[in-house]
Design a protein around this ligand. Structure first.
Ligand code: UTP
Length: 416
């Protein structure tokens, strides 16, 4: 242990992070060991690079933006719809589709004290978001007479609670053997001077590395291998917080098969040019998503000859990947985006500081940055009222209230 401590001290000195051991003596032996291990496995060079990047101003000017082609599900000629449905249904019935739900986020905006999926949507049944999602998978499994494997990506912060919730609820009646959990990666949070923050327990403050961490997490947890063993070819990957997500959609799967694309994504029409959503586009010829903060007013408002927004295909985090491309993506590192957040931390005197203003840099990879690894992806425009009811904020837009209403309307549930 002494030797290990000396190695860690030298490492920290080299990187100007000596403060991480300030409260070392107050920790139990187990925690001391854990802290040393965490420090030893921290990539300080990467942390330094990430900190330097926080000082750079994003430059979107050199990027060539173009609208992306899409198909509108509701307007497909019957013959084409039938063809895509048949292609997709065949793959699904033969057990080639798996579902991954990304549930590693912190859900800070919602403010629910637990994993977002455990949130009670407020229906008279008191179903949690996890149960609502599971209902959809159960319906599809019955329809296609196949047990669809369901993977859930959790984070260090919510993994145990998530698994306990599934256990307590008997996996909502879905076969336990078909449900798997894996944890995403994490990265330290930094103060404005690039120093790693200590959490209330005197340990390194770590945060989940964004939904783009999914690719690496799948590889590190052996998920690709498991999926191959099961004969999976297509993987639907979606967020946990859309209670109308149609995760098993033969038209989406059929479209990718028909267009021979390795990634397919669903879009809904942007409600208005100012709506705060990312939209599908092509950046330098590659499929991509441009965030609302990155797009100029002029482009956001531009319309085609039919009066439709040129950049109007909102990305709703409902995408499907071929297993082959997932593996390829996982061997590349996606860029990290920086967010400035409020995070309680231990100061130099060991006092817990609860800041009222943002004080900490958090680094996150975004799933859609992986789209540029293919030349083309298929986009399927679906109806908002049928497939998109996000639970993001505690109240107002995209809140439990709006999601509940959309859910009830779609499922035709009255007076609940
Ligand atoms: P959001 O970007 O909405 O983040 O995630 P969030 O953590 O749920 O909520 P806020 O921003 O803190 O309020 C979209 C989806 O991606 C997942 C979330 O669980 C959600 O399903 N996600 C996000 C992860 O799985 N891991 C992450 O690190 C971030």
């Amino acid at each position: 242990m002494e030797e290990k401590l000396e190695t860690v001290k030298k490492m920290l000195e080299k990187h100007g992070q000596e403060h991480l051991l300030t409260f070392y003596d107050r920790l139990s032996q187990e925690k001391q060991n854990q802290l040393l291990d965490e420090i030893l496995t921290t990539d300080f060079k990467q942390i330094e690079e990430l900190y330097e990047e926080t000082k750079e101003k994003p430059n979107f000017e050199d990027v060539k933006l173009e609208p992306i082609a899409y198909l509108e599900k509701a307007k497909l000629p019957k013959k084409q719809l039938d063809k895509l449905t048949a292609l997709g249904e065949d793959a699904i019935r033969h057990g080639k589709l798996a579902i991954v739900t990304m549930a590693g986020g912190q859900g800070t905006r919602l403010g629910h004290p637990g994993p977002k999926g455990t949130f009670d949507l407020g229906l008279s049944s008191h179903k949690s978001i996890f149960e609502i999602l599971c209902d959809g998978i159960k319906r599809a499994s019955e329809k296609y007479n196949v047990t669809i494997p369901w993977y859930l990506m959790t984070s260090d912060a919510n993994n145990d609670e998530t698994i306990n919730f599934f256990e307590k609820n008997n996996y909502f009646g879905y076969p336990k053997s078909a449900v798997s959990f894996f944890k995403q990666g994490k990265l330290p949070m930094l103060d404005i001077n690039g120093k790693i923050l200590l959490d209330e327990n005197g340990m390194i403050m770590q945060a989940a590395d964004g939904h783009g961490g999914i690719f690496e997490a799948m590889r590190k947890n052996g998920i690709f291998y498991q999926m191959k063993e099961q004969g999976i070819e297509w993987v639907y990957i979606g967020g946990v917080d859309n209670v109308l997500a149609k995760m098993v959609d033969p038209v989406l799967t059929g479209l990718a098969i028909d267009e021979k694309t390795l990634i397919a994504g669903k879009s809904v029409v942007k409600a208005n040019p100012q709506e705060k959503v990312g939209v599908f586009c092509k950046k330098d010829g590659k499929p991509s998503v441009i965030e609302y903060s990155e797009i100029s007013k002029e482009l956001a408002e531009a319309r085609d000859e039919n009066g439709e927004l040129l950049y109007g295909e909102s990305h709703i985090l409902c995408n499907q990947f071929n297993l082959e491309i997932l593996e390829k993506i996982s061997t590349n590192r996606l860029p990290y985006h920086v967010a400035f957040k409020k995070a309680s931390y231990l100061d130099a005197n060991g006092n817990l500081v609860k800041p009222s203003e943002p004080n900490a840099y958090k680094f996150e990879a975004f799933l859609f940055d992986a789209f540029s690894m293919v030349d083309d992806m298929s986009i399927l425009r679906v109806k908002r009222e049928e497939e998109f009811a996000p639970v993001k904020n505690a109240e107002g837009v995209d809140s439990p209230e709006t999601a509940r209403e959309l859910y009830k309307k779609f499922h035709n549930i009255e007076n609940l």
